[in-house]
Design a protein around this ligand. Structure first.
Ligand SMILES: [Zn+2]
Length: 319
């Protein structure tokens, strides 16, 4: 009704960001800023849109402006630092795109490896999309590939973390000795991270850690004999976590051996749900989470049982 009112454009921009339609978001937010220059919300959101589109320089320009006026703006200084770090590692990276993915990668990467990465990702797009009931997130899905030391520098993650999804898939292509990762290992890591893309597309950020990681593990690799033995030991020692303890991303800060067990238990838990109750239930669970339901309420509505019963069922399998 009032074409000069910036506020609906800001809200639309925020909405399009939420559903990953970056072009639509950028357009609305730029309009909002034309109508109301200096609106901090609009500038901050536009920064987010550019960042998600992997235009780090433009993102920082928006956030710079906001931080100049309001240095203590919630979470923004940390995000600005993150973008700055990434930009300093990735400034001379090559870029390449397919229908669904945009890839940035260091100049050292041979064309054959780049082609391999694309075929792994395109395969995951189809396979995981189908396995999860026909879910195909809109392009662009950003993938940033690094040498091992660049990965540590850009993400500040420790050496035992294989890859990460933080709105963009980030993975090293080499080990710390500089050798290219074997294709199987690369496929496992990229497929794992791609499952996170799909889960986020369905349920946003309202996914417990164990479900997110368990699903990514279940759909990217099988439990091996060694894993099963380790799970048996863990349950025999009474060292298993509660699902409540595995809810939060803080678990990532645990030492490598503890974290490894947390992954294994999450994998075993989701594998049981997937094998016993099927894909449709899993998707219903994710959709319930996507509607904003609390974790256990969404679980109970879908599976007609409590977390305590699920914990007991998983424990029974490894006795
Ligand atoms: Zn993961």
């Amino acid at each position: 009704m009032d074409p000069q009112n910036a506020s609906p454009f800001i809200q639309l921009g925020s909405y399009y960001l939420r559903i990953d339609d970056l072009n639509a978001a950028i357009q609305r937010l730029e309009t909002a800023i034309q109508l109301k220059p200096g609106d901090l919300d609009a500038h901050e959101l536009l920064g987010h849109a550019y960042y998600r589109d992997n235009d780090l320089f433009s993102a920082r320009a928006q956030w710079d402006y906001v931080l100049e006026i309001e240095p203590k703006r919630k979470n923004l200084a940390a995000l600005y630092e993150k973008a700055f770090r990434e930009e300093s590692v990735e400034y001379d990276f090559n870029r390449w795109k397919s229908r669904h993915f945009r890839i940035s990668y260091p100049q050292e990467v041979p064309n054959s490896l780049r082609a391999n990465v694309f075929s792994i990702l395109d395969r995951a797009y189809i396979d995981i999309g189908r396995q999860m009931g026909g879910v195909f997130p809109p392009p662009p899905i950003h993938v940033i590939l690094y040498l091992a030391d660049q990965f540590s520098e850009a993400t500040q993650l420790e050496g035992h973390i294989g890859a990460v999804y933080d709105g963009k898939i980030r993975s090293p292509l080499t080990d710390f000795e500089g050798a290219w990762l074997p294709e199987d290992e690369l496929r496992r890591r990229l497929t794992h991270e791609y499952v996170h893309v799909v889960a986020r597309h369905i349920a946003g950020d309202n996914v417990p850690w164990w479900l997110n990681e368990g699903l990514a593990e279940t759909l990217s690799r099988s439990l091996r004999d060694g894993d099963v033995n380790r799970l048996r030991e863990m349950y025999a020692e009474g060292a298993a976590f509660t699902l409540y303890e595995l809810e939060d991303n803080q678990i990532n800060k645990q030492p490598p051996t503890t974290l490894r067990l947390a992954y294994l238990q999450s994998h075993a838990t989701v594998e049981l749900l997937w094998n016993r109750f099927g894909r449709a239930k899993m998707m219903a669970f994710l959709n319930a989470l996507g509607s904003g339901m609390r974790y256990e309420e969404a679980f109970q509505t879908t599976y007609r049982r409590t977390f305590a019963i699920l914990e007991r069922d998983v424990a029974a399998m490894y006795r």
